[in-house]
Each structure stands twice: as C-alpha cells, then as structure tokens.
Design a protein around this ligand. Structure first.
Ligand code: BG6
Length: 496
C-alpha cells in the first residue's frame, strides 16, 4: 500500500511556505507514514528536478534552522511534479496515470486544494470524473480544502453541495490553521485536564471573555483577495470563532472528531445573531489610514481592516456574559490572546489604597502567540505595608517549560492528521455554515441604516477608539500587550 499527497496548486506560495516545509519536518521526525510520496500538480512546466530545486530553496528559507542536506536528499526523492491545467478534464486522466506509475495499488490519497477557492468546485468535479475520489479500491481518498471556505452562507452551502456530491463528509478536511497551533489545542487540555478552572468557567464566576488576534503586518501582496474579503471574512468567520468555540464549549464525552465538533457546533448554534438595530452598539469597523492608496485596493473601498464585536452565547453556561472579539491589520503588535476576566471579588474588606486594588479582578490570559503561555493574575499582600495589597502574576511559558523547539508549525500536525484520518482539528460543514450565518448577520447590519461608521485608525495603534468605547460603555477595557504589569487588562484608572 502506498500513500500519496497530491498538491493541486503546487507552484503557489502556500506549497513553498507551509506545506513542503511541514512535510519535510515530519519526514525528519520520522512521522511521515512509510511509502508516502508527494506529487505536485499545477500549470507551470516544471520537471521533477526543477520542482525539487524550488522546494529546496523554500525549505532553506522557511524551515532554515533545521535544514539538513542529507535528510533533504532523502526527502526530495519523494517529491514529484505533474504539469496540468485545473480546467482541463483530460489532464486529470494524465494525473491519474502518473499517480499509478508512482505508487502501488491500493493507494491512499490525500488531495490538497491549494488553489484559489473559485477552482475548488471544478477540481473536485474533475477528480471525481477521473474516478480519483472513489474509496472502493480499498485505499482512502481525502480532500483537504484551504480557507476561505465560501464568502457567505450561501456560497458555503453551494460549495458544500458540490463537495458532498463527490465525497462523503468524512473524506473532507477543511483547514483552519489556528486549530493546528499547539497553544490552541492546549486550550482543551487546560480546560478539561485540570480540576481547578473548569468549575469556575461559567457565568457565575466569569465577568467577560476577550479574544484578540492582532497583526502588525498589513495586507502585503494580497490586496486582490483582501479587498474582496475584509477582516470579518478573513479572520472572524474562521480563526476567531474557532477560538471562541474551544473556550466556550462543554466538555466532550470522548475525544474524537465528531464528539468534539458536536460540542463546537452547539456553541455556534447558541450565538445570538446581531440584528441590524444592534449593529452600531455591538460592532466596530475600521480601516487603517492609507488603505485606500494601497496597490490593488479600490479607491472607494469600504472593506474593513479592523473589526471588534461584542457577542453573547445564549446557553446556560454563558447567558449574559459578553465575549469581546477583535482583530485587525497593521496594529501595534502581533499578538493572539484569550483573556478570561473573572468577576470582581469584594476586596473592599481589605485595607486597600483607594483607586488601586479596589478595581482588582482575577484574570487568566492565554497567549496563543507569540510568547506562548499563560498568565494568572491574583491579589497578594505587600510585605511590611499593613494590609496593602497588589496584583501579582503566575506565569507559564511553553518554551521555558518544554524547550525552545517545542512549538512546531500548525501545518505539520494538520497534514499528519489528515494522513492518519483524524479530523478533530478540521472544520465540519455545519460549523462552517453556522459561522457564516453569524458573520452574515453582522454584514447585514453593516449594510443597513444602523451601520456603525467606518472608522479610520492610525497604523501601529490598537485600532479605532470606537473599539475602546465598545467595552467602555460596559465599564470594561481591552487588555493589550503580553502579560506584564503594564500590559494586558490594566485598568487605565488603576494605572494612573
Ligand atoms: C490567514 C489570513 O488565515 O491568517 C491572513 O488569511 C492572516 O490574513 C493569517 O495574516 C494570520 O495567521 P497567523 O498564524 O500568522 O496568526
């Protein structure tokens, strides 16, 4: 039995930056199943050797620390290339023949759709017509689809219909690379592997939750895509709502793909849609100054490069607890962080300095990236100062505890899971559809008379002031930075 990964769109950026470096790392770690080969398929006329050379350059630049010439020589022997056009049905016959010359039957095959998403329906239809998706010969056939998966509920439903016409749901692996991040998976271990947090993880003890995915980079060379998407589609529909599901879900009874995803679906089903009338009160949208003059951006573009959203999950655990989500481009720092802010304890019984600990709350910050780790803030007595108190922190850092190289790239894990048939870290069709339904409700509001104004923000800041007001109106404030005392969740009053 042989295993083959066929990458459709193999001459593109994703293949060079992420997929091949991840496969190479898996090979080095001896995790790639025996008899695996990788066949690139794209329009460019490469020979096998030219493809290998291109991929070598990519691995040297993107997995540079770990480049090992001998390992590469062995690995590159597994790489092949077949030229073809996605739109030409006959080229899939050629692909099929090439696949049979490279591997022995029965073949296990993963087809990786690493092309622009508009090609997905065509590719899947042609793969099916060439009989490449049928599992009847004894080997599995799987398809991995990169994001974006549709651009609204309607297009996602239609894409799911095409995929379900050719494949069963268990054959489809929809990537959300945030789920491949170690720190994101650790949210589940942290919540359900420890006795001391889960009992507090509900509306009785939690005041609110914040999820920030801030980027210091801009839209780079992706204006054509980004200007038709915006941050709600690019980041919220997938990454932020996936983080939200993991933070808010009930413990799954067993740890398998379907049970886990059922729990996430329950969270997404309980999201209270944001009606147009609530649009301006619950959402903020922004565009960084200078966006309209970026190459490839429409001069009157109303695409948002920043958004902040206040949402509620209408279930027993979370009723009445606000979740504040924000994400944007060209912000002050690259930082992804989940903060659980607990209710305020009655610290007035302590002899506190007015205006300081009076506003104290316990807070747990989960740093997804960078400085992967966690910070728990609690109150302590200042020695030799009567009953004066001060917030202090307990910190855990992944790299300190597990070594500098402990955190692999998300794609390493995701590719292996797809080869091994574990879909836990991939999005199921109902998750995708519910997420779009929620995002569509926001977008409807933005088209309505109740829409929040598009705010401009300066590059290198934390976004428009309106995002602070979103919390300020509720008597809350954003955490910013990364876990030191001047950093996240510092109350501006307390800091003064
Ligand atoms: C992608 C978005 O899904 O995630 C990009 O399309 C964004 O716009 C990227 O930059 C962020 O990923 P990460 O892993 O760098 O946080």
């Amino acid at each position: 039995m042989s295993n083959m990964i066929v990458i459709l769109g193999a001459s593109g950026d994703l293949t060079a930056r992420k997929l091949i470096p991840a496969l190479y790392n898996n090979f080095r770690k001896k995790r790639l199943p025996e008899g695996t080969s990788v066949l690139g398929f794209a329009r460019r006329p490469y020979t096998d050797d030219e493809f290998r050379q291109k991929m070598k350059e990519a691995v040297v630049s993107f997995a540079a620390d770990d480049f090992d010439k001998e390992e590469w020589e062995r690995f590159s022997g597994l790489l092949f290339y077949h030229q073809g056009a996605f739109s030409d049905e006959e080229h899939y016959q050629g692909l099929s023949q090439r696949m049979s010359t490279l591997g022995s039957a029965p073949q296990n095959c993963v087809f990786y759709l690493s092309t622009a998403p508009e090609f997905y329906p065509m590719i899947v239809t042609h793969l099916a017509a060439a009989n490449l998706l049928s599992e009847t010969e004894g080997g599995y056939r799987r398809v991995i689809a990169e994001k974006p998966f549709g651009r609204d509920l309607e297009s996602a439903l239609s894409l799911n219909r095409v995929l379900h016409g050719a494949l069963q749901e268990h054959q489809i692996y929809r990537i959300d690379h945030y789920l491949g991040k170690e720190t994101v998976q650790n949210v589940v271990v942290f919540r359900f592997g420890n006795a001391i947090f889960e009992p507090l993880w509900n509306r009785n003890y939690v005041d609110h939750v914040q999820i920030t995915v801030a980027e210091s980079a801009g839209i780079e060379h992706r204006a054509n895509y980004y200007d038709t998407a915006g941050v709600l589609r690019d980041m919220f529909q997938n990454h932020l709502l996936q983080l939200l599901s993991l933070v808010a879900m009930e413990p799954p009874a067993v740890f398998d793909a379907d049970t886990l995803r059922n729990e996430k679906v329950k969270v997404l089903s309980a999201l209270r849609e944001i009606s147009p009338e609530h649009s301006a009160r619950s959402t903020v949208r922004g565009q960084y100054e200078g966006y309209l003059t970026e190459n490839g951006v429409g001069r009157n573009s109303t695409t948002e490069t920043f958004a902040a959203v206040r949402l509620f999950i209408d279930n027993w655990r979370w009723q009445g607890v606000p979740f504040y989500l924000r994400s944007g481009k060209l912000l002050k720092e690259k930082v992804s962080e989940i903060t659980v802010q607990f209710r305020r304890p009655p610290t007035q019984i302590l002899d506190v300095q007015a205006g300081k600990t009076e506003l104290f709350t316990n807070r747990l910050s989960i740093q997804i990236q960078p400085n992967e780790g966690m910070h728990l803030r609690f109150l302590a007595k200042v020695p030799d100062e009567g009953m004066q108190t001060r917030p202090v922190e307990m910190a855990f850092n992944f790299r300190e505890s597990f070594g500098a190289k402990a955190i692999p790239e998300a794609y390493e894990r995701l590719l292996l899971d797809a080869l091994n048939g574990d879909a836990s870290l991939f999005a199921r069709s109902d998750e995708i559809e519910l997420a779009w339904k929620f995002i569509d409700s926001i977008r409807e509001g933005w088209k309505s008379e109740y829409a929040p104004p598009m705010m401009q923000y300066e590059k290198g800041t934390w976004g428009p002031r309106a995002a602070d007001d979103l919390l300020g109106r509720d008597g809350r404030w954003w955490g910013q930075g990364s876990g030191n005392d001047d950093g996240p969740m510092q109350n501006p009053i307390a800091r003064a």
